[in-house]
Design a binder for this molecule. Structure first.
Ligand code: PLP
Length: 408
């Protein structure tokens, strides 16, 4: 069969977060007791009023194809949400609904990229961006963020990465995997650079916007720099903020011409997202927002818990996350050490494997996000699992021994 598959397919890898989760399943099937800290989704149930809206839609016979860009009601709901939450004014023709944020990213890249185009992706990055760029024949240009500033990229770094071939810059704030949030002044500095390159499109992935902690505030780059609105695609959705990952509703907000291009492609791929999920998303975006605030408060509490549990673990350092639900921990202090089983930890993937097999806790390797040696440790799960998982990390890292120079 292998020889029948496309060359394009062999240029990408399966999503590492899905693989990490699958590895947990495998180890559990083999009888291992594993705490899963790889999770990239809310552990809350979808709020009741949202589920009821789906039931009502089914009962009302809303079970047919909808317009490809999404129902008018949902696009109006998204327009309302952008005004309320982000202070941004969009028209219905500037909105497209997809089957999740990932689907919108895929179609936006497919609708715009030509072979040889470059896409600037700050690292660490969400695992899917580089592969989706490669899939469409373009070149990811990886720019590693500054370690002293939450691994965010600076205006200078952005300026020196843009070439005549740059088609997109992808910005993700709050960030998966670092939990960093770009401040208004940082966004403004990036926007000032972009003003000089009118041919460059901006993708602003704001899927974690509702989960910001402490002093951090989420602001859209379009709000800070309205002059970029005509070439920015905001990507967002219901998955994280409303605990609706399985409903598969994401959206893009951007210039009408770009939206039409994405819609053209969607007419040939999915036709439309699920009609029932769209009805549910109308209730999510326009209904009671109290559950979002409650979930956000719960993540803020879990963030406190994980910070407390991970502090002073030998070989592990981290910045306190400002948003999303991940800690991106620097494990350079553990690299080169020896496990009690006599194995050398040469890279972060060795540590992830050792933590899972011997320590009983699953995390994701920094290599998946384009910056090693790090671990992504999720605090999307319940408090008890977070505490137990972190204790296992502490125990396992504390048991590593210095390499006294012996050859293994
Ligand atoms: N963007 C980022 C940064 C993400 O972490 C995810 C999911 O993990 C997505 C987009 C896509 O979310 P979905 O396709 O579930 O809407």
């Amino acid at each position: 069969m292998k020889h029948l598959l496309s060359e394009r397919l062999s240029s990408i890898k399966p999503s590492p977060s899905s693989s990490a989760n699958a590895r947990v399943g495998q180890l559990r099937a083999q009888g291992h007791d594993i705490v899963n800290l790889t999770i990239g989704e809310p552990d809350f149930d979808t709020p009741e009023h949202i589920k009821q809206a789906a039931v009502a839609a089914m009962n009302a016979g809303d079970t047919h194809y909808t317009p490809t860009p999404g129902t008018v009601q949902l696009r109006e709901a998204i327009v309302e949400k952008l005004q309320r939450d982000n202070g941004l004014t969009y028209g219905v023709d500037e909105i497209v609904v997809g089957c999740g944020g990932k689907h919108v990213v895929f179609h936006a890249l497919a609708a715009t990229l030509n072979p040889g185009d470059e896409v600037i992706i700050p690292a660490p990055y969400w695992v899917s961006y580089p592969d989706l760029v490669v899939l469409h024949g373009a070149q990811p240009v990886i720019v590693t963020g500054e370690p002293h500033n939450g691994l965010k990229i600076s205006a200078e770094q952005l300026a020196s990465s843009i070439t005549p071939r740059t088609k997109w810059v992808i910005l993700n704030s709050p960030n998966n995997p670092t939990g960093s949030v770009y401040s208004e002044s940082e966004l403004l500095a990036l926007a000032r650079v972009l003003e000089d390159y009118p041919q460059v499109l901006v993708m602003a992935d704001e899927i974690y916007e509702h989960f910001v902690f402490g002093e951090a505030r989420h602001t859209s780059i379009v709000k800070v720099a309205p002059q970029l609105k005509a070439r920015t695609l905001i990507v967002n959705g219901a998955s994280k903020g409303y605990a609706m990952t399985g409903w598969r509703i994401g959206f893009g907000a951007g210039p009408a011409e770009l939206i039409q291009a994405i819609v053209k492609l969607l007419t040939q791929t999915t036709s439309c997202p699920s009609s029932v999920s769209q009805a549910a998303a109308v209730a999510a975006f326009t209904g009671d927002q109290a559950p979002v605030a409650a979930m956000s408060a719960a993540y803020a509490q879990r963030c406190k818990v994980i910070v407390e549990e991970l502090t002073d673990i030998p070989g592990l350092g981290f910045d306190v996350p400002q948003g999303a639900f991940y800690v991106y921990a620097d494990v350079s202090g553990a690299i080169g050490k020896i496990t009690p089983q006599g194995q050398r930890v040469a890279r972060d993937s060795d540590l992830v494997e050792h933590l899972a097999e011997v320590g009983g806790v699953a995390t994701v390797t920094g290599a998946a996000f384009g910056l090693s040696p790090y671990l992504r440790i999720s605090f999307a799960g319940d408090e008890q699992s977070i505490r137990e998982g972190c204790r296992r990390i502490r125990r396992t890292l504390s048991a590593l021994q210095e390499n006294d120079g012996q050859q293994l």
